[in-house]
Design a protein around this ligand. Structure first.
Ligand code: AMP
Length: 396
């Protein structure tokens, strides 16, 4: 796997696909600069080598050219974070971009305008990718968030660089973290899958059964598994058409010697509301009119013990409706168990969607081994798919 360290960028122009799709407020100020900070090590390495950086990214989902999606709004933030002046060019291909790139000197940074101002980007247009490729000597992909898309700048462009292409530090770190869980993780390996629906996680569950020793199932998914086994789930969320699948998963897990753990008890509420009345009940006997919205105290303790025995931990999806304060306890408790296990030497990866939001909201992001920067890309990796953006760098 070629990374930045295999190249010396002295007097070279690097075209870096970054993910600067950052949130902006109504005054066009960056409200969360995590993605820019994540790309910093790659940019600094190239500048310190005395090369130059041409940064390209998308921002939002523009329809044609729309000023509110211009990357000009983020120039100041990028300058503050990297500590180097950023030259901005108002198109990503064509005469302006070519001139700006030709004039670029070692140590300088050029930021191209939003790639998605051209429809060709999302279409994976080969000619558009070729135009982009003309701007630089080496292609670096450091955008994990878009690595599952076969877009012009994330995948198609790589063919024009043959051996002159590599992963940036961020993308390399994402790949290594996934490998650590899915291939080389120290046993026992534990996966914790939460979230709302079985249907959105089914491919992950199937793929993961070959990799893990323990699987904790929490969140809304729980109730499809409980009802399928004859339990009473009251008004809890359930996908009746996925009950056969749930039984099949339980059977497969047994055959593969994977222990599946459901929550022993739940916090049941008489309405889907933070102000609802609540009671703790056994997960198999939720009364009619009540719905499970969080895991209960016995489940918290049981999951804690399983987490503490594990050496490799993957967490995807909250264990309850964590957006409501009264149903966030299980998700917070799990975060703190994983933090403790990590402190004791376990490797922990949090990835994909709402669990990342939960980890950040409750302050665990520096207490786990790695928090992934890619939602869809992480989910597809866990499903066992090869991401096109990664495959394109590995191809000769
Ligand atoms: P996902 O995007 O599939 O990871 O699902 C995340 C969503 O699942 C969050 O918005 C949670 O509120 C929701 N969720 C978690 N537990 C439950 C539950 N017991 N009942 C209903 N929704 C839940």
């Amino acid at each position: 796997m070629k990374t930045l360290d295999d190249f010396n960028f002295e007097n070279k122009k690097a075209l870096i696909r970054v993910d600067f799709n950052v949130p902006l407020n109504e005054n066009f100020e960056v409200t969360d600069a995590t993605r820019i900070l994540s790309a910093k090590p790659t940019i600094i390495k190239i500048i310190e080598d005395e090369g130059s950086c041409i940064l390209m990214s998308h921002l939002g989902r523009p329809k044609g050219i729309q000023d509110r999606f211009s990357l000009c709004h983020i120039v100041k933030t990028v300058e503050d974070i990297i500590g180097v002046e950023v030259i901005f060019v108002s198109d990503c291909i064509g005469h302006k971009a070519e001139t700006a790139s030709a004039n670029l000197e070692s140590g300088q940074i050029l930021l191209l305008e939003n790639l998605r101002f051209h429809d060709e980007e999302k279409k994976g247009d080969v000619k558009f990718a070729e135009h982009l490729s003309k701007l630089a000597d080496i292609y670096v992909n450091d955008a994990f968030g878009t690595a599952h898309r076969a877009h012009a700048s994330t995948t198609v462009i790589a063919q024009f660089f043959r051996k002159q292409k590599c992963f940036g530090y961020l993308l390399a770190k994402e790949i290594k973290s996934i490998q650590k869980v899915m291939q080389t993780g120290e046993k026992p390996v534990l996966a914790i899958l939460g979230g709302a629906k079985v249907s959105s996680k089914i491919t992950i569950i199937k793929n993961i059964l070959d990799k893990v020793d323990h699987l904790i199932i929490g969140g809304g998914m729980t109730f499809t598994f409980v009802k399928a086994q004859g339990g009473g789930i009251g008004d809890s969320i359930c996908e009746d058409d996925k009950m056969d699948l749930a039984l099949e998963i339980l059977k497969q897990a047994k055959a593969k010697n994977v222990q599946i753990h459901l929550p022993l008890d739940v916090v049941a509420a008489n309405a889907f509301s933070n102000d609802a009345e609540t009671q703790i009940v056994d997960v198999f006997s939720i009364p009619d009119g009540w719905q499970g919205l969080d895991i209960g105290p016995k489940a918290i303790e049981n999951f804690h013990n399983i987490v503490m025995q594990s050496k490799t931990i993957l967490w995807n999806g909250p264990l309850g409706v964590f957006e409501m304060k009264n149903f966030a306890k299980g998700t917070i408790a799990l975060g703190s168990s994983i933090a403790e296990a990590t402190k004791n030497g376990a490797f922990s990866l949090v990835g994909g969607g709402d669990s990342v939001a939960a980890v950040k909201q409750f302050g665990f992001q520096d207490k786990v081994s790695y928090v992934s920067t890619g939602g869809g890309a992480m989910l597809e990796s866990l499903e066992g798919k090869t991401l096109p953006g990664i495959a394109a760098i590995l191809e000769e």
